[in-house]
Design a protein around this ligand. Structure first.
Ligand SMILES: Cc1ncc(COP(=O)(O)O)c(C=O)c1O
Length: 280
């Protein structure tokens, strides 16, 4: 189906059909098509005389302003926003931001950042921390690092032999609708999943675990958006304390809870979570 144009919530196909785009975009930017404010902002930026500069060397007011907006809307939870491209590692830690790309690259960067943090950035470096724990059926992207973290078997299958194999555990997805046992309460379910995570950290050896990565609100592969947030928040909260207790990093991937997808700026800001690394 070839789309000729799109406006607001409608996709106009070349065969004359009009299709309702109920998400108004792909999850993250649910703002509809031909949004006049976005259009004007893009035009204004282009007319300001600056369309693009390499992020390796230069800063611009636009990206700096956006980075500050992201940081300032987190009630002090976030200290730095780093916009990544090509999964670069954080050799420029003193800067507020770099230039942006997609979710895959952000997660690839988070993967490297967690390793780099343990190996070189802490007062007492722990280079042994190189294993990741993720969730079964999770999706974190399509580079080798992010496929390795992801627990979506069909998407990993073809590349299995060349994946870095740093992700040694895929714990249960947080999905009470399918995962709740007969007679189990939601609170017991949350405790069971939290215990599973802690058991995995202990099994791998806390000194070997770099990070636990998860989507607090799963949207990528299981269509669980919103439904599981409450339970997931409980598990991630336990993940937070498990991470704190064992000094492994907590990476939250918020792909589906960005502005306008959850109707607030970022759902996690309103929660008790304070992830070490956040992929918005
Ligand atoms: C949770 C999650 N992480 C990562 C990605 C990858 O993002 P991108 O397609 O922008 O590389 C997606 C894409 O759907 C996603 O849903």
């Amino acid at each position: 189906m070839r789309i000729k144009r799109a406006s607001a919530q409608t996709l106009h196909l070349e065969n004359g059909w009009n299709v309702l785009d109920a998400s108004g975009g792909a999850a993250v930017t649910g703002i509809g098509h031909l949004n006049a404010r976005v259009e004007q902002a893009m035009i204004k930026t282009l007319q300001s005389g600056l369309s693009y500069v390499s992020s390796m060397m230069f800063d611009t007011d636009i990206t700096e302003t956006f980075a500050r907006f992201l940081v300032n809307t987190t009630d002090g939870k976030m200290s730095k926003a780093v916009f990544y491209s090509s999964g670069k590692s954080l050799h420029t830690a003193s800067r507020t931001k770099l230039t942006a790309a997609g979710g895959t690259e952000a997660n690839e960067a988070a993967f490297k950042l967690a390793l780099q943090y343990h190996a070189t950035e802490k007062a007492n470096p722990e280079p042994t921390r190189k294993f990741f724990i993720a969730r079964d059926r999770s999706y974190h992207g399509t580079t080798l690092g992010t496929l390795d973290m992801g627990g979506h078997k069909a998407r990993r299958e073809l590349w299995e032999k060349v994946l870095p194999n740093n992700t040694r555990s895929h714990v249960s997805p947080c999905y009470a609708y399918r995962g709740l046992r007969i007679g189990e309460t939601k609170a017991q379910y949350v405790t069971r999943l939290a215990n599973e995570l802690e058991t995995e950290i202990q099994r791998l050896g806390p000194q070997n675990v770099a990070a636990f990565i998860c989507e607090p609100v799963v949207g990528a592969v299981s269509r669980l958006l919103f439904k599981t947030f409450v339970q997931s928040r409980g598990v991630v909260k336990h993940g937070c304390s498990a991470s704190n207790a064992t000094n492994c990093a907590l990476i939250t991937s918020q792909h589906h809870t960005s502005p306008n997808a959850d109707f607030t700026c970022r759902l996690w800001v309103a929660s008790p979570l304070k992830p070490g690394i956040l992929q918005p």
